[in-house]
Design a binder for this molecule. Structure first.
Ligand code: GDP
Length: 189
């Protein structure tokens, strides 16, 4: 029988409420965006096959979202168990969501496997794109790219800015993290 995938990788998506975690998951698995998602119906789980051509491998992503529980800080050890990758999400128009990413990272480091690959994702870049100033779809950027880049480098995280709304860099965030994980597997880490 033909191989449909070579690896199954568990990903978790963490970060403050309303930064766009469910929206990134829906964009990845369903290629759509909901501008008014029901906050009580957080998407919990999504799965997608992606190809990593450089490695000649097909990876099945199994992604878990905190589905609203982040406000209760009730994320348990079982959520992190077996995760190979983590999307640590903040909103580029919310300074507090970036500041809080530090405590989310501390949580990940405390509970997850030490080899876990973590990618910092600055979401909602569509809101502060040039040309949108003065329109209702514009919001001021509160986290400069360079600052997030520096912090990611210091903490050993991959980094990307993305938009669940436009789809920009959503697939590539998961691909970059998966590539890193496959490299670790190859090196026997
Ligand atoms: P979660 O609580 O982190 O899962 O966040 P949601 O995915 O529920 O998103 C919170 C709000 O932000 C919703 O109104 C989304 O439509 C909106 N949102 C999410 N991602 C984006 C994005 O990339 N751009 C814009 N403009 N809005 C977004």
């Amino acid at each position: 029988m033909a191989v449909t995938w070579h690896y199954v990788l568990k990903f978790i998506i963490t970060g403050d409420a309303a930064v766009g975690k469910s929206s990134l998951l829906v964009r990845l698995t369903d290629q759509r965006f909901l501008s008014n998602p029901d906050p009580t119906l957080g998407v919990e789980f999504g799965s997608k096959l992606i190809e990593i051509p450089e490695e000649g491998k097909v990876v099945k992503l199994q992604c878990w979202d905190t589905a609203g529980t982040e406000s209760f800080r009730s994320i348990t050890r079982s959520y992190y168990r077996g995760a190979a990758g983590c999307l640590l999400v903040y909103d580029v128009t919310s300074r507090s969501s970036f500041t809080n990413a530090q405590s989310w990272l501390a949580d990940v480091r405390e509970h997850a496997d030490p080899h876990l690959t973590c990618i910092l994702v600055g979401n909602k870049v569509d809101l502060c794109e040039e040309g949108t100033e003065g329109t209702s779809s514009h919001k001021r950027r509160e986290v400069p790219t360079e600052e997030a880049e520096r912090w990611a480098e210091k903490e050993g995280l991959l980094f990307v800015e993305a938009s669940a709304k436009s789809g920009r860099n959503v697939d590539s965030a998961f691909e970059a993290a998966s590539r890193d994980i496959l490299n670790k597997i190859k090196r026997g880490a």
